[in-house]
Design a protein around this ligand. Structure first.
Ligand SMILES: [Zn+2]
Length: 107
């Protein structure tokens, strides 16, 4: 029984920003977005005005998110970090589950 081909995602090691898909196009979208929407979206929802510095992928690229402007939202540094951390935890959890499944298949 092989479960090897049923992995949910291809996990890529962290490379350079360009290797992760954050090249010239990302910079262009980020700049245009910050001109349109200069403040952090999550802070705005909480009634705060915080200058955004990051173009965040609403649906992460590793989960099939697009590079369209509609998949970007402006975030401040703090919110960008906390969102990335949550996604990292989610990915780690999925990885452990996939490994546990593989082990169960071997037994
Ligand atoms: Zn914020």
């Amino acid at each position: 029984m092989t479960t090897e081909t049923k992995r949910p995602h291809r996990w890529q090691p962290m490379g350079s920003p360009a290797a992760r898909g954050y090249g010239a196009k990302h910079n262009r979208i980020r700049k245009a977005m910050l001109r349109q929407e200069p403040n952090c979206r999550i802070c705005a929802q909480a009634g705060r005005t915080t200058k955004a510095s990051h173009a965040d992928h609403i649906v992460p690229k590793c989960l099939g998110g697009s590079d369209d402007r509609s998949n970007y939202q402006p975030l401040c540094l703090a919110h960008s970090r906390s969102k990335t951390g949550r996604e990292g935890a989610m990915i780690g959890h999925a990885r452990r589950r996939a490994r546990a499944k593989l082990k169960a298949g071997d037994a």
